[in-house]
Design a protein around this ligand. Structure first.
Ligand SMILES: *[C@@H]1O[C@H](CO)[C@@H](O)[C@H](O)[C@H]1NC(C)=O
Ligand SMILES: *[C@@H]1O[C@H](CO)[C@@H](O)[C@H](O)[C@H]1NC(C)=O
Ligand SMILES: *[C@@H]1O[C@H](CO)[C@@H](O)[C@H](O)[C@H]1NC(C)=O
Ligand SMILES: *[C@@H]1O[C@H](CO)[C@@H](O)[C@H](O)[C@H]1NC(C)=O
Ligand SMILES: *[C@@H]1O[C@H](CO)[C@@H](O)[C@H](O)[C@H]1NC(C)=O
Ligand SMILES: *[C@@H]1O[C@H](CO)[C@@H](O)[C@H](O)[C@H]1NC(C)=O
Ligand SMILES: *[C@@H]1O[C@H](CO)[C@@H](O)[C@H](O)[C@H]1NC(C)=O
Ligand SMILES: CC(=O)N[C@H]1CO[C@H](CO)[C@@H](O)[C@@H]1O
Length: 398
């Protein structure tokens, strides 16, 4: 029987018996009907300072279930365990790339937020964690572990790595936000020592990009799509933007660069459906850097059709509005479920846009990545692993 078949039978069985017996162990079922009306004297009304919706006040981290279909992707025995931690430094922010044949995850520190190397004078730090070491350590205990992460020393033209995907032709594919007058770029990095780098794009017809944030390759092609918000300026390490905050398409075989979507406040994460027909862009409009946060601006995932001829993003519609923080990095599993790093952890929607569950850590996660060991959650000063059954796009070559 396949893993997903087991999950499906389990979910059906649970739905028939009782939601409160929801497996995995420690999972908490929140029946939306119980919270549709809470009345004026409710003691847990939320404002912008609340981390997330945790009406059961369950100790994090835990699996929060809004719809029993969520159990199909977690499987019956998923846990959430910390695998690395550094309380003083936001070492695990974004740009995770899983290199399956080496069983390594590469990622970057926060280049702008609290506990990151923010500011004009400091580059972010790219690191790597060895998932074989993680597996061995987790097998020796039922609790958390703290695996050493290895710092890479990349060449100086790699500044403020913020997004990544791949492997692309065997290499890590990062986007950098640039720093001061050093331009944002797309860069290929050798995943093996000496980690040598090759920049493949650093301008739009002679103009510097604002601060590239995230990148994906359209499934079945070598064409790259990336977002370019103004966060380098808003976080104090880039000059004022000279381009709209928009989404670009780059064909590395011809060198052609063009815009495929605009009209965002701060376009952030990017992902495609497994068949490549739909695109998702997260807009963290509410996060304004030095301008401050504004809860009335987008905290929204938009869904588009990918035009079969032009590959422009068409038919924009709201896919989800996030109830906690803003949607940052975004990844899909092979069944089309959508995962995004938000203010309370990883939020997950089915392909119809229904929020089915969360990996609730009670703090911000900006990104996640699927590995053979499960889903790795980047949570700024910590990394978690949840050994769910779903397979991500990063495991099938995109
Ligand atoms: C809410 O609290 C107020 C003040 O204590 C009280 O007068 C009112 O009856 C309460 N309402 C309900 C629905 O319990
Ligand atoms: C938000 O709610 C908390 C807890 O009720 C309260 O202490 C805080 O003052 C509120 N903040 C704002 C901005 O309303
Ligand atoms: C979640 O985090 C907030 C802010 O750090 C904290 O006040 C709250 O107690 C935490 N909730 C739980 C259930 O641990
Ligand atoms: C990862 O760790 C395993 C177990 O210690 C080791 O055999 C392997 O060489 C490591 N891989 C890399 C790329 O360092
Ligand atoms: C990077 O440089 C630091 C400091 O020089 C060194 O400790 C570390 O081993 C280097 N990392 C790699 C992967 O070479
Ligand atoms: C790294 O260096 C090797 C040897 O010169 C070269 O073949 C490879 O293309 C380089 N990779 C990158 C990403 O620059
Ligand atoms: C928040 O954003 C809205 C919409 O752009 C704007 O009208 C409002 O002035 C902003 N509020 C603050 C406090 O900046
Ligand atoms: C966090 C950090 O590394 N800050 C450094 C940024 O760069 C300035 C100037 O070189 C240093 O003084 C800070 O310590």
């Amino acid at each position: 029987m396949t893993k997903s078949a087991v999950g499906m039978i389990l979910a059906v069985a649970l739905a028939a018996v009782s939601y409160t017996k929801a497996s995995p162990p420690g999972a908490v079922y929140i029946d939306p009907l119980q919270y549709n009306v809470v009345e004026a004297n409710y003691t847990k009304w939320r404002n912008s300072s609340a981390v997330g919706f945790n009406p059961t006040n369950t100790a994090p981290p835990f699996i929060q279930v809004f719809d029993s279909s969520f159990l199909e992707l977690t499987g019956p025995s998923a846990t959430i365990r910390k695998i690395a931690s550094n309380p003083g430094f936001a070492f695990a922010h974004e740009a995770p790339i899983y290199v399956a044949d080496l069983n390594l995850v590469f990622f970057a520190s926060n280049g702008g937020g609290s506990l990151g190397y923010s500011g004009w004078y400091n580059n972010s730090v790219v690191s790597m964690i060895n998932m074989t070491e993680v597996d061995i350590a987790l097998a020796s205990t039922t609790g958390d572990v703290n695996i050493q992460v290895h710092t890479l020393n990349l060449s100086d033209n790699v500044q403020m790595v913020n997004g990544g995907t791949g492997p692309y032709k065997g290499d890590l594919l990062f986007v950098t936000s640039g720093r001061a007058l050093l331009p944002p770029s797309i860069v290929r990095v050798n995943p093996k020592p000496p980690y040598n780098t090759t920049v493949i794009l650093d301008n739009f017809f002679g103009r510097q990009f604002n601060s590239l944030n995230d990148i994906k390759i359209l499934p079945g092609t070598d064409i790259m799509f990336f977002t370019d918000p103004a966060y380098g300026w808003l976080n104090g390490f880039r000059p004022e933007p000279m381009l709209p905050s928009q989404v670009y398409r780059f064909d590395p075989s011809t060198g052609e660069v063009r815009v495929v979507a605009d009209q965002f406040v701060h376009p952030n994460g990017i992902a495609f459906s497994p068949d490549g027909k739909k695109a998702f862009i997260t807009d963290t409009g509410l996060f304004g850097g030095f301008l401050g946060n504004n809860q009335t601006l987008p905290s929204t995932i938009y869904e588009f059709d990918v035009d079969p001829k032009t590959q422009s993003f068409t038919n924009r519609r709201v896919f989800a509005y996030i109830d906690a923080g803003g949607p940052d990095g975004i990844q899909l599993d092979t069944k089309g479920n959508v995962y995004s790093g938000c203010g309370d952890g990883i939020n997950v929607w089915n392909d119809e846009g229904a929020l089915t569950g969360k990996f609730f850590i009670n703090s911000t996660s900006a990104e996640l990545i699927f590995t053979k060991s499960g889903l790795v959650i980047l949570a700024e000063t910590a990394m978690y692993l949840t050994n769910i059954q779903a397979d991500g796009m990063s495991l099938v070559g995109v």
